[in-house]
Design a protein around this ligand. Structure first.
Ligand SMILES: [Zn+2]
Length: 202
Protein backbone atom coordinates (compact mmCIF):
# COMPACT_ATOMS: atom_id res chain seq x y z
CA UNK A 1 0.00 0.00 0.00
CA UNK A 2 1.30 3.41 -0.92
CA UNK A 3 2.30 5.93 1.68
CA UNK A 4 0.92 9.45 1.83
CA UNK A 5 2.00 12.49 3.77
CA UNK A 6 -0.25 15.49 4.06
CA UNK A 7 0.73 19.14 4.48
CA UNK A 8 -1.68 21.96 5.19
CA UNK A 9 -0.50 25.10 3.43
CA UNK A 10 -1.36 28.54 4.75
CA UNK A 11 -0.46 32.07 3.77
CA UNK A 12 -1.27 33.88 0.55
CA UNK A 13 -2.86 31.55 -2.00
CA UNK A 14 -0.01 31.91 -4.45
CA UNK A 15 2.59 31.23 -1.75
CA UNK A 16 0.77 28.02 -0.79
CA UNK A 17 1.13 26.76 -4.34
CA UNK A 18 4.74 27.83 -4.61
CA UNK A 19 5.60 26.03 -1.37
CA UNK A 20 3.80 22.89 -2.52
CA UNK A 21 5.79 23.06 -5.75
CA UNK A 22 9.04 23.31 -3.80
CA UNK A 23 7.95 20.42 -1.59
CA UNK A 24 7.20 18.37 -4.73
CA UNK A 25 3.65 17.56 -3.71
CA UNK A 26 1.97 15.02 -5.99
CA UNK A 27 -1.43 16.75 -5.88
CA UNK A 28 -3.08 19.88 -4.52
CA UNK A 29 -6.58 20.42 -3.11
CA UNK A 30 -7.98 23.89 -2.38
CA UNK A 31 -11.21 23.03 -0.62
CA UNK A 32 -14.28 25.28 -0.66
CA UNK A 33 -18.03 24.98 -0.47
CA UNK A 34 -20.36 26.79 -2.82
CA UNK A 35 -22.85 29.52 -1.95
CA UNK A 36 -25.54 31.35 -3.93
CA UNK A 37 -28.26 33.92 -3.38
CA UNK A 38 -30.81 31.35 -4.55
CA UNK A 39 -31.16 28.76 -1.75
CA UNK A 40 -32.34 26.14 -4.25
CA UNK A 41 -28.96 26.02 -6.06
CA UNK A 42 -28.00 22.38 -5.56
CA UNK A 43 -25.28 21.14 -7.89
CA UNK A 44 -21.82 19.75 -7.22
CA UNK A 45 -18.87 21.36 -8.93
CA UNK A 46 -15.10 21.15 -9.02
CA UNK A 47 -12.93 23.95 -10.40
CA UNK A 48 -9.70 23.20 -12.24
CA UNK A 49 -7.24 25.81 -13.45
CA UNK A 50 -7.39 27.36 -16.90
CA UNK A 51 -4.13 25.51 -17.56
CA UNK A 52 -5.34 22.18 -16.12
CA UNK A 53 -4.04 19.00 -17.68
CA UNK A 54 -5.94 15.77 -18.27
CA UNK A 55 -5.29 14.35 -14.81
CA UNK A 56 -6.76 17.37 -13.01
CA UNK A 57 -9.80 17.27 -15.27
CA UNK A 58 -10.39 13.55 -14.87
CA UNK A 59 -9.86 13.79 -11.11
CA UNK A 60 -12.39 16.64 -10.84
CA UNK A 61 -14.93 14.78 -12.95
CA UNK A 62 -14.58 11.58 -10.96
CA UNK A 63 -14.81 13.49 -7.66
CA UNK A 64 -18.05 15.27 -8.59
CA UNK A 65 -19.54 12.01 -9.90
CA UNK A 66 -18.88 10.38 -6.54
CA UNK A 67 -20.34 13.34 -4.63
CA UNK A 68 -23.38 13.33 -6.89
CA UNK A 69 -23.93 9.63 -6.28
CA UNK A 70 -23.40 9.82 -2.54
CA UNK A 71 -25.76 12.72 -1.88
CA UNK A 72 -28.21 12.55 -4.77
CA UNK A 73 -27.18 15.90 -6.25
CA UNK A 74 -26.49 16.71 -9.88
CA UNK A 75 -23.15 17.57 -11.43
CA UNK A 76 -22.84 21.13 -12.69
CA UNK A 77 -22.82 21.39 -16.51
CA UNK A 78 -21.96 18.19 -18.33
CA UNK A 79 -19.54 16.64 -15.89
CA UNK A 80 -19.15 18.90 -12.84
CA UNK A 81 -15.83 20.29 -14.06
CA UNK A 82 -15.55 24.09 -14.20
CA UNK A 83 -12.38 25.06 -16.05
CA UNK A 84 -10.99 28.36 -14.79
CA UNK A 85 -13.79 28.85 -12.24
CA UNK A 86 -17.07 30.76 -12.48
CA UNK A 87 -16.09 34.17 -13.86
CA UNK A 88 -12.52 33.22 -13.04
CA UNK A 89 -13.18 32.70 -9.32
CA UNK A 90 -10.83 30.20 -7.75
CA UNK A 91 -8.55 29.89 -10.76
CA UNK A 92 -5.64 31.67 -9.07
CA UNK A 93 -5.82 29.31 -6.09
CA UNK A 94 -4.74 26.35 -8.22
CA UNK A 95 -3.34 27.88 -11.42
CA UNK A 96 0.23 28.14 -10.10
CA UNK A 97 0.69 24.53 -9.07
CA UNK A 98 3.01 22.31 -11.04
CA UNK A 99 1.05 19.23 -10.01
CA UNK A 100 -2.57 18.24 -10.66
CA UNK A 101 -4.89 20.46 -8.63
CA UNK A 102 -8.61 20.73 -7.90
CA UNK A 103 -10.82 23.20 -6.06
CA UNK A 104 -13.83 21.20 -4.86
CA UNK A 105 -17.16 22.92 -4.20
CA UNK A 106 -19.12 19.76 -3.44
CA UNK A 107 -22.23 21.29 -1.84
CA UNK A 108 -23.91 24.64 -1.17
CA UNK A 109 -23.68 26.39 2.21
CA UNK A 110 -26.76 28.33 1.18
CA UNK A 111 -28.98 25.32 0.41
CA UNK A 112 -30.81 24.11 3.55
CA UNK A 113 -30.61 20.43 2.56
CA UNK A 114 -26.92 20.70 1.71
CA UNK A 115 -26.26 22.66 4.90
CA UNK A 116 -27.75 19.81 6.92
CA UNK A 117 -25.23 17.44 5.33
CA UNK A 118 -22.35 19.87 5.85
CA UNK A 119 -23.30 20.37 9.49
CA UNK A 120 -23.44 16.64 10.19
CA UNK A 121 -20.32 14.70 11.13
CA UNK A 122 -21.40 11.81 8.95
CA UNK A 123 -21.79 14.17 6.00
CA UNK A 124 -18.32 15.65 6.45
CA UNK A 125 -16.82 12.20 6.96
CA UNK A 126 -18.43 10.99 3.73
CA UNK A 127 -17.02 14.01 1.85
CA UNK A 128 -13.60 13.26 3.33
CA UNK A 129 -13.86 9.61 2.29
CA UNK A 130 -14.75 10.59 -1.27
CA UNK A 131 -11.84 13.02 -1.46
CA UNK A 132 -9.34 10.58 0.07
CA UNK A 133 -10.51 7.77 -2.20
CA UNK A 134 -10.13 10.04 -5.25
CA UNK A 135 -6.55 10.85 -4.24
CA UNK A 136 -5.74 7.16 -3.81
CA UNK A 137 -7.26 6.44 -7.19
CA UNK A 138 -5.50 9.19 -9.17
CA UNK A 139 -2.19 9.21 -7.26
CA UNK A 140 -1.74 5.53 -6.46
CA UNK A 141 2.01 5.81 -5.89
CA UNK A 142 1.55 7.91 -2.77
CA UNK A 143 3.66 10.95 -1.87
CA UNK A 144 3.00 14.37 -0.45
CA UNK A 145 -0.58 15.62 -0.64
CA UNK A 146 -1.04 19.40 -0.41
CA UNK A 147 -4.18 20.75 1.28
CA UNK A 148 -5.28 24.38 1.27
CA UNK A 149 -8.29 25.41 3.38
CA UNK A 150 -10.21 27.95 1.33
CA UNK A 151 -10.40 31.40 2.95
CA UNK A 152 -8.63 30.34 6.16
CA UNK A 153 -4.98 31.11 6.94
CA UNK A 154 -4.49 34.10 4.70
CA UNK A 155 -2.23 36.81 6.10
CA UNK A 156 -4.02 39.48 8.16
CA UNK A 157 -7.44 38.04 7.43
CA UNK A 158 -10.37 36.74 9.42
CA UNK A 159 -12.15 35.51 6.31
CA UNK A 160 -13.92 32.22 6.90
CA UNK A 161 -15.96 32.10 3.71
CA UNK A 162 -19.70 31.75 3.33
CA UNK A 163 -22.07 31.48 6.27
CA UNK A 164 -23.62 28.03 6.39
CA UNK A 165 -27.41 27.99 6.50
CA UNK A 166 -28.69 27.41 10.03
CA UNK A 167 -32.01 26.08 11.25
CA UNK A 168 -33.35 27.90 14.32
CA UNK A 169 -31.10 27.12 17.26
CA UNK A 170 -28.19 25.79 15.22
CA UNK A 171 -24.81 27.38 15.96
CA UNK A 172 -23.08 29.79 13.60
CA UNK A 173 -20.80 27.88 11.24
CA UNK A 174 -18.75 29.11 8.32
CA UNK A 175 -17.52 27.45 5.15
CA UNK A 176 -13.93 27.25 6.41
CA UNK A 177 -15.04 25.55 9.65
CA UNK A 178 -16.50 22.75 7.57
CA UNK A 179 -13.75 22.49 4.95
CA UNK A 180 -11.02 22.43 7.59
CA UNK A 181 -12.79 19.54 9.29
CA UNK A 182 -13.31 17.72 5.99
CA UNK A 183 -9.63 18.10 5.05
CA UNK A 184 -8.45 16.95 8.49
CA UNK A 185 -10.65 13.89 8.18
CA UNK A 186 -9.30 13.23 4.67
CA UNK A 187 -5.74 13.64 5.95
CA UNK A 188 -6.40 11.07 8.67
CA UNK A 189 -7.74 8.68 6.07
CA UNK A 190 -4.67 9.14 3.86
CA UNK A 191 -1.65 9.49 6.02
CA UNK A 192 0.59 6.97 7.62
CA UNK A 193 3.20 9.41 8.87
CA UNK A 194 2.37 12.32 11.16
CA UNK A 195 1.37 15.53 9.52
CA UNK A 196 4.19 17.95 8.77
CA UNK A 197 3.70 21.69 8.77
CA UNK A 198 5.63 23.05 5.81
CA UNK A 199 5.12 26.76 6.13
CA UNK A 200 2.39 26.91 8.70
CA UNK A 201 1.61 30.29 10.14
CA UNK A 202 -1.06 29.02 12.47
ZN1 LIG B 1 -15.15 29.62 -0.70
Amino acid sequence: MSTYRVNFYTGAYRDRQQQANEDRAVCFVAHHLNAADDPSADYTLCVVGLNAGPISRAWAQSYTAEVAGAFGVRQWGDDGVCVGGMNGRGNSQIYYTRMPAILPEPLFCSNPEHAAIIRSETGRQRLAEILAASIRQFFPDGGLVAFSIGHRGKPNSNDAGALIFAQPGEPVMYEADATEDILRRAANLLKIFPEVQANGTN
